[in-house]
Design a binder for this molecule. Structure first.
Ligand code: DAH
Length: 339
């Protein structure tokens, strides 16, 4: 019987309780009339007279021990100190594993920061647009191929509702609502009906810039883009402007940066030319200013637009655009941790 008493004592010593309701269950289990400790008193009747003294004392001790333990646990729930319940609330918690920022967000935020230093604010517009904001107000002639089904995802025809094919639509929305000075950038997602491959996707991101004020010149455009290129790709970066054509800018240019990988000497990334194309730009066509309700005699402006995927691929040496949208954690985990 002494063995039984000892075993019960060890059991009570090791009690752990996680909820207040369990305390009452313990009381019933051990010290109620039918409880295990009370049962020992029943068995005590059959103990031989020589053992009565020793066993009687042991049972009494056990009863007091059980009472003390259960009261202590009960109290701990009432006072909030749960160290007695076996739960150590001072233990450090398990660290929650943080995710990492998406490389496109890292680059987008960096671009926004660079232009913020020049006083550009951020504005956004809808991804589902109408013909006016994506094409007509931007001077696209009615038969321009970009309007074609092969490029544009249409949601409805006549009147046309479509997924924007470029963030230049936000230029129109901002100019319609605000009079100059306007100095803003517009990051966002764009859609084109293109075959998906390592180099192109039907969904990607652009960042558009617009500066409209009195006396804004092509020199301002060039210096702004040079500043951006050096902040983003490094201070030794050079830029080169090549004449180009966009319906909404006149004159228009495409901008190359000196290859940040080979420093302009020529490598397989820049196809041995030493230059990488990063954006399109130009002086806002006076016609566009007029269509958006801005006095084109008083104001001039410049605009530019670049693909975020493209410069992210250049910056991090990513070879396949599809990685951005597959959500493979082995890819995503390689970038800066979120804070
Ligand atoms: N919207 C053009 C595109 O998607 C990029 C662009 C070119 C934007 C010239 C501009 C610009 O603002 O001035 O290819």
């Amino acid at each position: 019987m002494i063995e039984k008493i000892k075993a019960l004592k060890t059991e009570i010593e090791n009690i752990t309780v996680s909820a207040k309701e369990e305390v009452e269950e313990l009381r019933i289990k051990y010290i109620s009339k039918k409880g295990q400790v009370s049962q020992l008193f029943e068995e005590f009747k059959n103990v031989s007279p020589e053992q009565k003294k020793e066993i009687g004392a042991a049972i009494n001790d056990l009863k007091n021990f059980a009472l003390d333990t259960i009261n202590r646990i009960k109290e701990s729930f009432e006072t909030g100190d749960q160290s007695a319940s076996g739960l150590d609330l001072t233990m450090p918690g398990e660290a929650i594993k943080l995710g990492t920022r998406h490389p496109l967000s890292i680059v987008k935020n960096e671009i926004i920061e660079i232009f913020a230093r020049l006083g550009f604010v951020v504005a956004e517009g809808p991804e589902i647009e109408d013909d006016w904001h994506v094409f007509s107000a931007l001077n696209f002639p009615p038969e321009h191929p970009a309007r074609d089904m092969q490029d544009t995802f249409f949601i409805e025809k006549n009147p046309d509702i479509l997924l924007r094919t470029h963030t230049s639509s936000v230029q129109v929305r901002v100019m319609e609502k605000t009079q100059p000075p306007i100095r803003a950038i517009f990051p966002g997602r764009v859609f084109r009906n293109e075959a998906i491959s390592a180099r192109s996707h039907c969904m990607f991101h652009q960042i558009e810039g617009l500066y409209v004020d009195e006396n804004v010149s092509f020199a301002d455009l060039k210096q702004t883009l040079l500043y951006f290129a050096r902040e983003f790709f490094g201070e030794k970066t050079e830029i080169r402007m090549r004449p180009s054509y966009f319906p909404f800018t006149e004159p228009s240019a495409e901008v190359d940066v000196s290859c940040s990988i080979c420093g302009g000497k020529g490598c397989n990334v820049c196809k041995y030319s030493g230059w990488l194309e990063i954006l399109g730009c130009g002086m806002v066509d006076p016609n566009v200013l007029d269509l958006c309700g801005i006095d084109n005699k008083k104001y001039t402006g410049f605009a530019f637009g670049m693909g975020i995927e493209r410069i992210t691929m250049l910056k991090f040496g990513i070879k396949d655009i599809r990685h951005f949208f597959e959500n493979d954690v082995r890819f995503l985990n390689q970038f800066e941790a979120a804070h």
